[in-house]
Design a protein around this ligand. Sequence first.
Ligand code: SF4
Length: 604
Amino acid sequence: MYGYNGRYLRINLKTKEIKVEALDLDVANKFIGGRGLGTKFMMDEVDPKVDALSPENKLMIVTGALTGTPTPTGGRYMVVTKSPLTGTIASSNSGGFFGAELKSAGYDMVIFEDQSEEPVYLNIVDDQVELKSAEHLWGKLVGEATDLLQAEHGAKAKVLAIGPGGENLSLIAAVMNDKDRAAGRSGVGAVMGSKNLKAVVVKGSNKVGIKDEEALKAVFKESMQKIRENGVTGQGLPTYGTAVLVNIINENGVYPYKNFQAAVDENADDISGESLKDKYLVKNTACYRCPIACGRWCSVDGVEMAGPEYETLWAFGSDCGISDLKEVIKANHWCNELGLDTISTGTTLAAAMELRQLDLVKAEEIEGEPLEFGNPKSIVEWTKKLAYRDGFGDKLAVGSYRLAEMYGRPDLSMSVKKQELPAYDPRGIQGQGLQYATSNRGGCHVRGYLISPEILGLPEKLDRFSLEGKAFWAKIFQDLTASIDSLGLCLFTSFALGAEDYAKLLNAVAGTEHTAESILEAGDRVWNIEKLFNLEAGISPNEDTLPKRLLEEGIPEGPSKGWVTKLDELLPEYYALRGWTAEGIPTDEKLEALGLKTAALGLS
Ligand code: SF4
């Protein structure tokens, strides 16, 4: 067996039945693991219309074909389920060491079904698999729960867990692993909480089979050289982490400020990667077999903790009109401990601040630190109240769309398909706007990172204001990303590597005969099956859109002044390139070409 273990765990949390099932390798190869494989299983086993927090939804922890192998960054896994935030397919990616350990325990995937009546966790030590009581862990922070489980099962055990955010069913709760790595987006932590599943602990002692060790050594060497020589993966990310982007994006006038009311923050440098490095950085950290080491380990007032990513610095910083870096680092730490998505948490606070600015949320509703733009003391306090659904925190816990809707202004939620947008204003980056709107899991930058060509000039520089070629690039980036997520590698490798490199890595590991074209086709297949899931779930193609502000209000000042996203002009070409109808629905011909069953779907 090469690349895959050829088996997975199926855990029924109600009956406590634990089964080991054989993985159909033809299916695994078709979807190359991870995100694709999980979505295929969701499509086959779960009615897309189910309530995401009901027993009928399933939670799948899925590794990729390269997870746990000696490939650069080959340690990632996906949490795949139906999202309670968006109602779409959810597939949230995480690094750290948990994914590789699960693979080395001998499983490609764990499927959790139904709900337990009492808190439990799953303990895996190779072939020994058992559900155990988590009564003593329920209510604990992620760090505390991890420490307790490692005290019980050994320091080498890798732990995936939810915090109070997931336990309290916040729709923006994350699944955490290795304490501070997050499968952050789309509320996957709430699904885990709804199942009364606190944690998964794993220890493995097997090696993943490699088909051609010599070929892998050669392609590994070649890939590592490209990663080291690339300006982003060899210098920018190791030196400043993802926060290297703060000044770059701000200087382009596409750095959202105060809930996207503007796109320049004159104090951005105070929360930049450079400031983080100068004032708080202790050392870099890296996930499994990662030569890039973009992670930040920081010290704040003598206490060491994981440092924030670019998106987090922005969400709690500029999007909330805040430039107090210390408070932003603390807010990031609390999101990790409480098990919350930092992007959705920070931006939900920003939406609440605009509702306060307009006096739609009244001062008397806010018991505690004023939830107002520019108040650095508000972010840690309200992050905690959100996780515990304390007072107004109960309204924050459902994310910005539902919050803004409660006050009659859903348009003030800067979200797509109810998931909060990240830290790039698409009005000045047209391709990114198209990508946001068409993302199958709602507002997201890592479904297709058009920032790479439109701002950073990789693999080639595109005019960020032009519409020409943007539909083509959006599709290519979306398809390639779907493949990288499925393989189990880090998206950041794509600054240096291309589809051909991924094909070579996969072929050496699994003995397949992939080409650059077939890697992109696999991504296209994943994208289409995600779209099918969403359509069957009742997500209308009309939801391929952006908040009204981004379509109608020009950026008020700065280098992108006056621009809006010209989505109406971009969508028709994008749908045509996808081989979909003008309404954005996959055609039978397209699905058949990708080997996806269409008979029962009746969509086109
Ligand atoms: S580049 Fe950063 S996020 Fe990606 S695997 Fe390496 S350390 Fe983890």
